[in-house]
Design a protein around this ligand. Sequence first.
Ligand SMILES: Nc1nc2c(ncn2[C@@H]2O[C@H](COP(=O)(O)OP(=O)(O)OP(=O)(O)O)[C@@H](O)[C@H]2O)c(=O)[nH]1
Ligand SMILES: [Mg+2]
Length: 200
Amino acid sequence: MAIINQATRELQVKIVYYGPAKCGKTTNLEQVHANVQNVQEKGKLVSLATSSDRTLFFDFLPIEAMAIKGFKTKFQLYTVPGQVIYNTTRQLVLRGVDGIVFAADSQWDKMQENVESFQNLEENLKLNLADIPYVIQYNKRDLPGAAPVDYLEYLLNNRDVQVPSFEACASKCEGVFETLNMITRLLLHKFINESQRKAA
Ligand SMILES: Nc1nc2c(ncn2[C@@H]2O[C@H](COP(=O)(O)OP(=O)(O)OP(=O)(O)O)[C@@H](O)[C@H]2O)c(=O)[nH]1
Ligand SMILES: [Mg+2]
């Protein structure tokens, strides 16, 4: 849950990158860490990975953004481990989540894993997915075996309210900041609306 400290005028939000194994969640955070600019402070990227670079527990990257409406905003970016066996860890990482980036692997042979991971997200979330801001990233667009975006949209973004979605090649940092900017924008809108409603 977002922490709003009125005394220090700080807003702290937690964003979780969710998606099937090897879809590129850790790569997104690595690229943000390597390329982030115009933020006052970026923290260390903490990765807890096995020797073969699979996320074992989670990655964590804190970034502090410019003041928005007088609030200093701290974004805490997390990834979950995509491998099916680490479900308890995914549930832990989701605790207190404010916004989600669902990263899908665009390759045709990953469709079932994408759909299962999306279902797994809905099962693990304590909230209704409709009540939490989220965006979808179609990653690995550079690979020859990538399915058309329309098909991915049909599979993963076919609810009453469609969410913003982005094509990406995270390993080249394409689409990484577009995705992050949109989820942060959705979150900030939500908090500004909520605080205005409370003030009214
Ligand atoms: N071709 C291509 N490879 C990518 C892209 N994004 C990530 N990769 C590669 O895909 C592999 C897996 O990426 P990770 O970021 O570790 O995937 P992950 O989602 O964190 O995987 P888990 O931690 O197991 O859940 C790595 O070798 C990346 O370099 C992309 O857009 N295109
Ligand atoms: Mg990972």
